[in-house]
Write a protein of this length. Structure first.
Ligand code: ZN
Length: 379
């Protein structure tokens, strides 16, 4: 089972698929693989999406998936429907949309349905989430119909839970199962272009529900950006992992290498870090491989052209630590503060290929290391 665990950590999608099937089937090998993996590493942001039938959850999850993929993030989707049987086929509304993602290796999708075995479903969902996290997925979305206690158990595995509501569903908030509202970290008012969105929000407030409200029109992708940012913020503030409150945290260490392939033989194959994703950042003319190491990541940088910033770095200094990246709560404020104190901030904050905003600080101000500052929650 050590071998399976290693393959999953390396992001081997076939090993992941096999182990996921064992989890779903309750095969004894599932427990052994999960034991070998030693629990959730906590790299993935695990998002729970629940709400009553007809709220547009599947469309919303589909839009979130597209947005995350556009930012170069990898993800897993676990759709659970305790109320329908496996043979029923259509789980959680329109799965056909999800078929569009099936050819994308950056998305791993599983649907589970089983009548009357919801306790087992919660455990199986937690198992799938652990596998997806271990395999280095940046985000895992757990989607379930929010109709009862079973679903509450299922979304409890999430770092942040979005409860999706729609205007005009039962004329008052009391009609919605209170248990579902209680687990919400974020309320989504979907179909917000329909009349009654304002009224629903007012009713939520009047009933004393204080979680942040994000309005979306999932069919058009409206509000999805804001929803993802809000969920990321929830995870960060809820996370009891010793991250300094309101301060910086290490996001990644950038290491300049001549060949990512060669470096992966050490970092992935010998050290055992999962490969989270690869991309080419055109504006920096660099190829990048991200390897989660707990919450922070190792970023391998290979020049796409010799005459690029990383190419010139290699020429002058050889392979080695290229930069340290920290997230800050407010990038503009940090830049202003540092400039006022005389630090050499290079250029203005700009947007990377993954959609995050960043800026570099010259090594002459930082003790000899190029420093990348990244806007928190803007990944
Ligand atoms: Zn970087």
């Amino acid at each position: 089972m050590q071998d399976w665990a290693r393959r999953i950590r390396e992001g081997d999608s076939r090993a992941l698929a096999r182990a996921a099937t064992w989890v779903e089937d309750g095969d004894p090998r599932a427990a052994r693989v999960l034991d070998s993996l030693g629990g959730r590493p906590g790299h993935s942001l695990v998002i729970g999406v629940t709400g009553p039938p007809g709220a547009g959850k599947s469309t919303l999850v589909d839009r979130m998936a597209r947005e995350l993929r556009a930012r170069g993030r990898t993800l897993g989707i676990v759709a659970v429907d305790p109320s329908s049987s496996v043979s029923g086929g259509a789980i959680l509304g329109d799965r056909i949309r999800m078929q569009a993602h099936h050819s994308d290796p950056g998305i791993f999708i599983r649907s589970m349905a089983s009548r009357g075995a919801s306790g087992g479903l919660a455990r199986k969902t937690a198992g799938l989430v652990a596998l997806l996290d271990a395999s280095g997925k940046d985000v895992v979305i757990v989607e379930t119909v929010g109709v009862g206690q079973a679903e509450i158990e299922i979304v409890k595995v999430a770092d942040a839970v979005a409860v999706v509501l729609v205007p005009g569903m039962g004329d008052d908030v009391q009609a919605i199962k209170a248990g579902i509202l209680e687990i919400a970290d974020v309320f989504v008012i979907n179909k917000a272009d329909h009349p009654g969105a304002d009224r629903l929000e007012v009713e939520m407030e009047a009933a004393g529900w204080s979680a942040p409200v994000v309005r979306t029109v999932a069919t058009e992708g409206t509000g999805v950006d804001e929803l993802l940012a809000t969920l990321e913020k929830v995870r960060r503030t809820a996370r009891p992992r010793g991250e300094p409150e309101g301060g910086c945290r290490i996001d990644h260490l950038g290491i300049a290498v001549r060949s990512i392939e060669a470096a992966l033989r050490f970092y992935r194959d010998q050290l055992g870090l999962p490969l989270g994703g690869r991309e080419t950042v055109e504006q920096e003319r660099v190829r990048v491989a991200m390897l989660p190491a707990g919450q922070p990541r190792i970023e391998l940088l290979e020049p796409a052209e010799p005459d690029s910033p990383v190419g010139r770095f290699l020429e002058k200094r050889g392979e080695g630590l290229h930069h340290v990246a920290l997230t800050v709560p407010d990038l503009e404020a940090a830049v202003a503060r540092l400039r006022a104190a005389g630090a050499r901030v290079l250029d203005e904050p700009r947007r990377g290929a993954g959609g995050h905003r960043y800026v570099f600080v010259h090594p002459s101000s930082t003790g000899g290391v190029l420093l990348e500052l990244i806007q928190e929650g803007n990944e």
